[in-house]
Design a protein around this ligand. Structure first.
Ligand code: GDP
Length: 365
């Protein structure tokens, strides 16, 4: 489950991507990780792991990770094959969600491809390329569906109606994700793998000055927030340049640097957490003297499938899960105290896992 970083040239994508890769997680622990120059793997910040580590003194702590894919080169005309257009559009097809970097900083030394700072114009330029590409994909699908509809296929006739509604929506320049849809229509949409049906997080890249002076809601950011609200997208404000510097530091030095800017944590943490959420992901936790670890699951995952993330045998032989909510465990101070208070629950195979559940799975081998 990768996120793709997109945006016009010179908005700060590479700077942000560098920050991500430098802050990056050790890939060796994560078998699914792809090691490619344009993929950055980063740990998902989770204060709960630190608290649990204090309680269990484990040999190691393993956070969840997510992958960011740097998709540079998206320019006006990409859907017509300009620049390296089509290649980049196909890369976006592979990602589950999009981080759209928007330039919200002024700097006369850094040329803007369109000659001025205008985040909404920039957003729409990129979004329109994606919309064009989706229209092409949908046209091809519609041709096929039309044939089936003509031969009397009722299902195809219904679907064609939806496709036409969707096409009109795209034609007016709007992304597929903003179309009001029934559940059935949502299901159909999923089958088309459209670029504009992917969830989006706008990353407003502001200047160091604005960050330091607390002007994080500058006029550009305000515009992006309003725009995002209308289409139901997320926004995170970040100063990519500062994040790049922060990511090269460690320990004390990092804390001091953050403090000197009046920050409690890197802005990147906010971005990563929001990205995790954007993907519809949550973490369940395991804790013991060997390892304290966060495991990534999709929201709505049931206990046996969650167990399967640890080992396929655990899913096959699943008996039950012993679960304690993170807050309950912390309040009690120890597993033993939580057990005495009856806060460790036994859950069966229909249990839907919750974010922050601390779990021991029981299974037959
Ligand atoms: P990309 O083309 O979108 O990948 O943009 P880059 O990351 O290469 O950034 C373009 C230029 O803008 C570089 O010179 C960066 O140093 C500069 N830049 C990126 N982020 C910031 C920022 O937050 N503040 C300032 N002042 N400059 C930035």
């Amino acid at each position: 489950m990768k996120l793709g970083i997109v945006g016009l040239p010179n908005v700060g994508k590479s700077t942000l991507f560098n920050a991500i890769t430098q802050a990056g997680a050790e890939c060796a622990n994560y078998p699914f990780c792809t090691i490619e120059p344009n993929v950055g793997v980063v740990a998902v910040p989770d204060e709960r792991l630190e608290k649990l580590a204090e309680m269990y003194n484990p040999e190691k702590v393993t956070p969840a990770v997510i992958e960011f894919y740097d998709i540079a080169g998206l320019v006006k005309g990409a859907s017509k094959g300009e620049g390296l257009g089509n290649k980049f559009l196909s890369h976006i097809r592979e990602v589950a969600a999009i981080v759209h970097v928007v330039r919200c900083f002024e700097d006369s030394n850094i040329v803007h491809v369109e000659g001025s700072i205008d985040p909404i114009r920039d957003i729409e330029t990129i979004n329109l390329e994606l919309v064009f590409s989706d229209m092409e994909v949908l046209e091809r699908r519609m041709d096929k569906t039309k044939k089936s509809a003509r031969s009397g296929d009722k299902k195809a006739q219904d679907e064609l109606q939806f496709m036409e509604k969707l096409y009109t929506h795209l034609e007016s320049g709007k992304p597929a994700r903003t179309l009001e849809m029934s559940d059935d229509e949502q299901e159909m949409l999923k089958q088309y793998f459209l670029l504009t049906s992917k969830p989006v997080l706008y990353a407003c890249n502001i200047s160091e000055d604005d960050l330091i002076s607390g002007n994080v809601e500058n006029q550009y950011v305000q515009k992006v927030k309003e725009y995002a609200k209308n289409e139901g997208s997320e926004v995170v404000v970040i100063c990519a340049k500062l994040e790049e510097e922060i990511s090269t530091l460690e320990g004390e030095e990092k804390m001091e640097f953050l403090a000197s800017y009046g920050l409690e944590e890197p802005g990147l943490n906010k971005l990563i957490k929001a990205s995790y959420k954007l993907l519809g992901l949550i973490s369940f936790l395991t804790a013991g003297p060997k390892e304290v670890r966060a495991w990534t699951i999709k929201e709505g995952t049931k206990a046996p499938q969650a167990a399967g993330k640890i080992h396929s045998d655990m899913e096959k032989g699943f008996i039950r899960a012993e679960v304690v909510a993170y807050d309950d465990l912390i309040k009690c101070g120890s597993e033993i105290a939580a057990r005495e208070k009856g806060l460790i629950r036994l859950e069966g195979k229909e249990y839907v896992m919750q974010d922050g559940d601390i779990v021991v799975f029981r299974f037959n081998v």
